[in-house]
Design a protein around this ligand. Structure first.
Ligand code: TXA
Ligand code: MG
Length: 365
């Protein structure tokens, strides 16, 4: 297999992490070294087509314990197990793979779809947060596939951020959050989709989207009937459904240090509302995260402006949002107003993440 992926491998000892100089073509030897670390129970972060993952041997209780510790993740939040060949799912789930599951695997793997199925005995309970089900995914990133293949074990990998922070889309984000806590990072530049996989629960009677992500609801409905979005997830996306909570009590997920306020409604109304809200701030350093269509309206404003991408290219938007939220932190911004988007296609996953980043501080116009 020829892989033209820019890939430098960053080694880290406790407290020290250095970037190997220069940019190399995908280096098989270094990747083997990283795989060796994984196989021996150490933690290595690696790129997937969605976000960087923090990998460890899914069958090794101690390695999985280390994952939870490195991230500061609550023990009851289960991990996704990553495989490099479709057939490897058979070792992870109990019983036969249903026709429904097989249809989804044939259509969407490798890719950003995670399937929840009854778990095989061999998987330690710690990996699945004591649940009787397991989340399985086959990523499509060539570096991830090669690394998992070389490690020869299934790889548990949550997003490689500290719990509560935006997911990492660059190796630098992983360094910022996890340097000194993990054995290494495989760096292959920016990840493509930029938000995580869709999590689809097939262990219930009705296939249920627990987390919207890289594969859209519309794409799923083209392949299987009767799929629904988890009512709790859906409710939180409906207009008027969530009350703003006070900033001090902010819900921490995908959250930058700054206070995020999401402004939703008709795009022209949103533009003017954001202007109005910005103008009310005088003591704070303000940033705005908007679409390219809206950017012309803010030309003369004295705020930090970041463009997420175009309304007509939501893939561009999804690839940028976590990176931009982290940039605002770097620049010392303490309040960010964000333009809301429609809930169709990738918009559903994008708005799910943005609403969480905002701790549900939402202004509707
Ligand atoms: O794109 C992705 O999925 C990335 C990359 C690295 O693959 N991974 C990722 O992992 O986002 P994490 O741990 O940040 O999110 C996993 C999600 C969590 O919401 C978790 O609760 C859910 O999947 N999950 C995992 N196992 C589950 C299970 N057995 N039942 C229900 N939900 C589960
Ligand atoms: Mg995560």
């Amino acid at each position: 297999m020829v892989l033209f992926v820019t890939c430098h491998y960053i080694k880290s000892e406790v407290g020290v992490m250095e970037l190997v100089e220069g940019t190399k073509i995908f280096n098989e030897e270094e990747l083997k070294e990283a795989a060796q670390l994984l196989a021996s129970g150490r933690l290595v972060a690696f790129p997937t087509e969605t976000v960087y993952g923090l990998g460890g041997n899914a069958l090794d209780t101690d390695a999985v314990k280390e994952i939870f510790k490195a991230k500061g993740r609550p023990a009851d939040n289960p991990l996704i197990v990553h495989i490099a060949r479709k057939k490897d799912i058979n070792n992870l789930v109990k019983g036969e793979i249903s026709k429904l599951a097989q249809r989804l695997i044939d259509k969407f793997w490798p890719g950003p779809l995670t399937l929840i199925l009854p778990k095989a005995e061999e998987i330690p309970d710690i990996t699945t947060g004591e649940l009787k089900t397991v989340a399985v995914r086959m990523p499509s990133h060539p570096v991830a596939l090669e690394l998992i293949k070389d490690a020869q074990v299934p790889i548990a990998a949550p997003s490689a951020n500290l719990s509560g922070r935006p997911s990492p889309t660059l190796a630098q984000h992983v360094i910022k959050d996890l340097a000194g806590r993990i054995a290494g990072i495989v760096d292959a530049g920016q990840t493509g989709i930029g938000i995580e996989s869709t999590v689809l629960d097939l262990s219930q009677n009705i296939p249920t989207v627990l987390r919207p992500g890289g594969i859209t609801y519309e794409e799923l409905t083209e392949v299987i009937d009767g799929v629904r979005i988890d009512p709790a997830v859906k409710a939180k996306l409906e207009r008027g459904s969530v009350k703003a909570i006070s900033p001090g009590m902010k819900y921490k997920h995908y959250a930058p240090k700054a206070d995020v306020i999401l402004v939703e409604g008709k795009s022209t109304d949103v533009i003017y509302k954001i202007k109005q809200l910005m103008d009310l701030e005088d003591e704070t350093k303000v940033g705005i995260m908007i679409t390219s269509e809206a950017s012309g309206y803010y030309k003369d404003e004295e705020v930090i402006i970041k463009v997420m991408g175009s309304r007509s290219n939501l893939k561009e938007v999804s690839s940028n949002i976590f990176k931009l939220l982290r940039e605002f932190d770097q620049e010392g911004v303490n309040k960010i107003f964000v333009e809301g988007l429609p809930l169709t296609g990738l918009g559903l996953a994008i708005m799910n993440r943005l609403r969480k980043s905002a701790g549900y501080q939402i202004v509707e116009v």
